[in-house]
Design a protein around this ligand. Sequence first.
Ligand code: DQA
Length: 144
Amino acid sequence: MSKRIYVLNGPNLNLLGTRQPEVYGHETLDDVHKRLLSRAVELGFGIVFFQSNHEGEIIDKIHEARGQADGIIINPAAYSHTSVAILDALNTFEKPVIEVHISNIHKREAFRHHSFVSARAEGVIAGLGTLGYVLALEYFANAG
Ligand code: DQA
């Protein structure tokens, strides 16, 4: 059966491509979505993309994913380091969660080293650039 994966991106990731390209690269979020979509088509997966700069909207989308999605790929961006509320929302979701960070948060400032979401995620991909999103999708292709 084909899987439906929610791909959720947090604050400031709408500016990908122009936001600190030395850290996050030159690809836009739209480029990332296109790359994911082409792989999803090959896999026969459905993808729902969502980006928001607002914590509550991300939580609402996680609630929507309950009963709808077979998995969540999430880059909570700065909310990774602050949001117990997003962690709590993910804890209501019963399927796998993969956390993605474009940069290697462990090589950066100390306040980025801890992510609340990691306590819930099946896996965490950090520092592999936007390829991390595609690798997260491959996880769902390989997971039973
Ligand atoms: C990020 C890392 C976070 O620390 C930062 O706040 C972001 C993006 C990443 O993808 O590398 O906005 O999640």
